[in-house]
Design a protein around this ligand. Structure first.
Ligand SMILES: Cc1cc2nc3c(=O)[nH]c(=O)nc-3n(C[C@H](O)[C@H](O)[C@H](O)COP(=O)(O)OP(=O)(O)OC[C@H]3O[C@@H](n4cnc5c(N)ncnc54)[C@H](O)[C@@H]3O)c2cc1C
Length: 432
C-alpha cells in the first residue's frame, strides 16, 4: 500500500504498554470494515453485513444523487435476485423491475433460434431487467436503516497505511474546500470502486486485461408493440446485439460493434439512428422511438491477479470486468459480495481477525476460479460469434442446433449463465 506519514507516530504511540508485563493491546478501531465505492456491489456488501456485529463505513466519491443517476440498466440473474431477497431488499426492488420469461438466442440470419423458458430453470422468470437508479436507491434506503452502517459521501481515500492489526485511512471530502476529514482506523478495506479501482492500484495489485476491438452502444427504445417479456441476444459478425425489456413499453438495447462503427452510430441524428436500428432490431415490436441519450462503453476484459491482501479485499468490477455479452458483470460482483459477507460473518462469529490474510484467502479461493470461468466464457462466446470465419460459423451453428435439440446442453448453459452452478453463498441458497 502507498505509505503516508502523518499520524503514524501518534498511532505507533497508541500501543499501550502495561507496567508489569510488556503487553501490546490492539488499538480501538473506528470501523471494522471500510467499503470504498458506494456502487451496487459496495452497498450490497454493506446491506449483507447488517446485524453482523461489524461496524461498516461506506466511502463514496460522488454525491449520492450523482451516483444514483447513472443511466445504466442490467440483466439481473436469479443468483443476484436471491441474494437481495435474503438480505430483505428485493420487495422494494421487485415492483420497479421488468421480468423476462423468454430469451431468444440466434446467430445473425441463421434459422436456428434457441429459446430459453422459465421451466428450464424451474423458476417463475428467467431474470429481470433493473435500472441502476432503482437498485441503488433501494439499497441505499435499506442501508440507511442499518444501525451498523455509516456512509461518508462524497469522500475518497487519499492514502492508506497498513499496520499489524489495522489500516490507517486518510480521507478527503470531494466537494468541499474544507477537504480534510479525520483519519480513521479500520480492520479491513474493501475495494468496491469499479474497474479503475484506486484501492487496487494503490496496493499495486497487477491485473490481466484485454481491450476488445468493440464498443457497446446502449440506448432505451420505446416500442409500438408489447415485447412479450422476451429478451433477445443475436450474434452478428460485428458483435452481439441484445434487447432487454426494461418496462412494459420500453426496451434497452446493447449494440456491440467495432469502435469506429459504434462511434458513427452514436454520431447519427435520431432519425438516421432509428433507421439503422430498425434494420438490426427487426419488425417484431413495430415502430421504434429513441428515449433519452445514447451511451458508448468500450468493451474490456480485466482480471485482478489477487483479490486479497492482508486487510484488503476486492469485489465486483474492482476485481474483474468482462464483455457485456450475457449480462454477467454485475451479477458476478453480487456473488462476490455474497461470498465475502459470509466469510466475514463466519470469521467474526468465531472470534477470528476478519482482516487477516488467512480469513480473506477463503473468499479468494471461493470466487477467483468461478469468476475466471465466467470471464473466459464471455470471451469465448464473443470470439466464436463475432466473425465470419466459415469453420467457426459451422461450429457455432452446430452448437445452437445442439442446444435446441439436446435439452441437457441447453439447461446446463442456462444454469451457468444464471449463476446457479458452483458454490452458492448461503444468501443465495434457496435457488432451483
Ligand atoms: C454496456 C454494458 C452493459 C452491461 N450490462 C450488464 C448486465 O446486463 N448485467 C450485468 O450484470 N452487468 C452488466 N454490465 C456490467 C456492469 O455495468 C458492472 O459490472 C457493474 O456496474 C459493476 O458494479 P460495481 O459496483 O462493482 O462498480 P461501479 O458500478 O463502477 O461502482 C463503483 C463505485 O465506486 C465509486 N468510486 C470510484 N472510485 C472511488 C474512489 N476512489 N473512492 C470512493 N468511491 C469511488 C464510484 O463513484 C461508483 O459509485 C454491463 C456493462 C456494460 C459496459
Amino acid at each position: 500500500m502507498v505509505q503516508f506519514t502523518a499520524h503514524s507516530n501518534a498511532l505507533a504511540n497508541s500501543m499501550v504498554h502495561h507496567s508489569d508485563s510488556l503487553q501490546t493491546i490492539a488499538p480501538k478501531l473506528d470501523y471494522d470494515v471500510a467499503i470504498v465505492g458506494g456502487g451496487i456491489a459496495g452497498i450490497t456488501l454493506a446491506a449483507a453485513l447488517k446485524d453482523s456485529g461489524l461496524e461498516i463505513l461506506i466511502i463514496e466519491a460522488q454525491p449520492q444523487s450523482v451516483a444514483i443517476a447513472k443511466g445504466q440498466a442490467y440483466a439481473i440473474h436469479l443468483s443476484s435476485k436471491r441474494i437481495w431477497e435474503s438480505i430483505g431488499v428485493w420487495p422494494e426492488i421487485e415492483p420497479q423491475v421488468q421480468p423476462f420469461n423468454h430469451v431468444r438466442m440466434s446467430d445473425a440470419d441463421c434459422p436456428y433460434v434457441v429459446e430459453f423458458k422459465p421451466s428450464d430453470l424451474s423458476a417463475k422468470a428467467l431474470g429481470h431487467v433493473a435500472q441502476h437508479r432503482v437498485l441503488l436507491k433501494a439499497l441505499l434506503g435499506f442501508v440507511n436503516t442499518c444501525k451498523n452502517v455509516t456512509c461518508r459521501c462524497p469522500a475518497q481515500v487519499v492514502a492508506t497505511q497498513e499496520f499489524d492489526d489495522y489500516v490507517e485511512v486518510a480521507l478527503q471530502n470531494t466537494d468541499s474546500e474544507f477537504n480534510d476529514l479525520p483519519t480513521i482506523r479500520v480492520g479491513l478495506v474493501v475495494g468496491a470502486d469499479g474497474s479503475t479501482s484506486q484501492v487496487r492500484q494503490r496496493s499495486e495489485i497487477k491485473t490481466r486485461s484485454k481491450a476488445y476491438w468493440q464498443s457497446c452502444l446502449v440506448a432505451t427504445i420505446q416500442t409500438e408493440k408489447f415485447h412479450q417479456n422476451t429478451a433477445y441476444e443475436r450474434f452478428w459478425p460485428s458483435g452481439p446485439f441484445a434487447i432487454l425489456p426494461v418496462s412494459t413499453t420500453q426496451c434497452r438495447i446493447v449494440w456491440t460493434a467495432p469502435h469506429a462503427e459504434a462511434q458513427a452510430l452514436l454520431a447519427l441524428d435520431e432519425t438516421s439512428f432509428i433507421e439503422k436500428l430498425t434494420e438490426r432490431y427487426g419488425s417484431q415490436m413495430g415502430k421504434l422511438t429513441l428515449v433519452g441519450d445514447r451511451f458508448l462503453f468500450p468493451a474490456k476484459l480485466m482480471h485482478s491477479c489477487e483479490y486479497v491482501r492482508s486487510r484488503l479485499a476486492l469485489v465486483g468490477d474492482a476485481a474483474h470486468s468482462c464483455h457485456p455479452v450475457g449480462g454477467q458483470g454485475l451479477n458476478l460482483g453480487i456473488r462476490d459480495v455474497g461470498a465475502l459477507a459470509q466469510v466475514l460473518r463466519d470469521a467474526h462469529g468465531k472470534g477470528e481477525d476478519i482482516g487477516s490474510l488467512q480469513v480473506l484467502k477463503r473468499y479468494e479461493h471461493w470466487r477467483r476460479w468461478e469468476n475466471l470461468l465466467s470471464l473466459g466464457f464471455t470471451d469465448l462466446i464473443n470470439l466464436m460469434f463475432s466473425n465470419n470465419i466459415l469453420p467457426l460459423v459451422l461450429v457455432r451453428r452446430l452448437g445452437l442446433w445442439g442446444m435446441e435439440h439436446i435439452p441437457v446442453l441447453k439447461i446446463a448453459a442456462l444454469h451457468f449463465m444464471a449463476g446457479v452452478i458452483g458454490r452458492r453463498p448461503t444468501l443465495a441458497r434457496k435457488m432451483p
